[in-house]
Design a protein around this ligand. Structure first.
Ligand code: COA
Length: 350
């Protein structure tokens, strides 16, 4: 399938990325690697194995389209669209990248127009993506995305600071002190930890906390992300997908002993073949259980779990809204330092 008639730039054609087309997939991963090296030097690079697994497998709660812009046999650009199927059916979260050697020739514009048309064809009216901004005293990154998004009429609707924890610099004695101190404030709770599949009796509580992730963290007033419903089947489906893609998810939860309620949880994802970068997933403490240092307990306990499973892992990455003082002070205390600002940009199709 080609996008011939739709694409007015004669130099490129836009084709779906099929996992069975090895040359296309390889060229796509090479392009993504060049983009990362150019735009975000000294951070992680795409993982070829995981990129291929992602083409094959995703949870039932999203629909995914991936399109490559090619000149001849070489991939010079990419857009990937993720469309929630069980909530937020107005929304497309997308990625858009152009090889650094092929920028400022209209390829990004073609791909963005194409992504917007695919969004409309899928009955969606809101497009959301992220662009990078550098922070004072931190590495200087490429800002093309921000300029491009502004030029295409995307509004800046939210901000998150990307922080990274260098585990080789963590002060273990200080962490032990913080951890013991936190437990003094958390009488009546217990820690539950697992890799990959959650214990059955936590599922309903975890589903509830996943729903709260859409409503509780501070977010920009114009960011159009709407409440969602989660259940045990959705959680199990995500666990299964991660396992099939060889992604290890390490989890810590705190349970209120008397009632059995799941008061909070956090997770870190370790990708296949990555010995250097791990990724913080959601962290949340239910409103009824806040102010008892449960967030600190969760973060320290899960960081320790990561070090048990992957003693050589260097970095953990996380994102927080700039106004999320609580989460940020916990993260700074356990060793996270700011790397850059990620700006959410959004466009409403009219
Ligand atoms: C953003 C990106 C996709 C743009 O790709 P591109 O092919 O260079 O885009 P175009 O040539 O179509 O640029 C269209 C317009 O965007 C603006 N723009 C793009 N890059 C810019 C830059 N570095 N500085 C200032 N304006 C820029 C300009 O207005 C440009 O028009 P002009 O060249 O006539 O002045 C590319 O820089 C990239 O891959 N960046 C990293 C990934 C990223 O940030 N993606 C998020 C995009 S929302």
């Amino acid at each position: 399938m080609r996008d011939g008639p739709d694409v007015s730039n004669p130099d490129i054609d836009i084709v779906p990325i099929e996992v069975t087309d090895d040359a296309l997939v390889r060229s796509w991963i090479d392009m993504q690697t060049a983009v990362r090296r150019h735009d975000l030097p000294d951070t992680d690079l795409p993982l070829p194995g995981l990129q291929r697994l992602r083409l094959l497998l995703h949870p039932a709660s999203i629909k995914v389209e991936r399109w490559a812009a090619r000149i001849g046999d070489t991939v010079v650009g990419f857009t990937g669209l993720v469309m929630p199927t069980q909530d937020n059916q107005h929304l497309v979260e997308f990625e858009l990248e152009v090889h650094p050697e092929h920028r400022r020739r209209g390829i990004g514009t073609r791909l963005a127009e194409f992504a917007e048309r695919r969004a409309a064809a899928n009955g969606r009216d809101t497009l959301l993506t992220g662009v990078v901004d550098s922070l004072e005293g931190a590495p200087r990154f490429d800002h093309s995305g921000r300029h491009f998004a502004g030029a295409r009429g995307y509004a800046e609707v939210d901000n998150e600071i990307h922080r990274r924890n260098d585990l080789t610099l963590v002060d273990d004695d200080e962490l032990s002190r913080l951890y013991a101190d936190a437990w003094n404030r958390a009488a009546g709770y217990e820690l539950v930890q697992w890799a990959s599949a959650a214990p059955d009796d936590l599922l309903d509580g975890l589903a509830h906390l996943n729903e709260r992730m859409y409503t509780d963290p501070p977010q920009g007033a114009d960011l159009d992300i709407r409440p969602a419903e989660w259940d045990a089947a959705r959680l199990r489906d995500i666990e299964r997908t991660l396992a099939e893609r060889a992604q290890l998810r390490l989890n810590s939860a705190v349970r209120h002993v008397e009632t059995g309620a799941v008061a909070g949880f956090t997770a870190i994802v370790v990708n296949p073949g990555d010995e250097e970068h791990a990724w913080q997933d959601d962290t949340i403490v239910d409103a009824a259980h806040r102010g008892k240092r449960l967030g600190t307990i969760l973060k320290i306990a899960n960081q320790r779990l990561l070090r048990e499973y992957r003693p050589r892992m260097r970095y953990v990455h996380t994102w927080n809204a700039e106004v999320n003082d609580h989460m940020i002070s916990i993260n700074e205390a356990v060793g996270y330092r700011a790397l850059c600002r990620d700006i959410d940009v959004q466009k409403k199709l009219v």
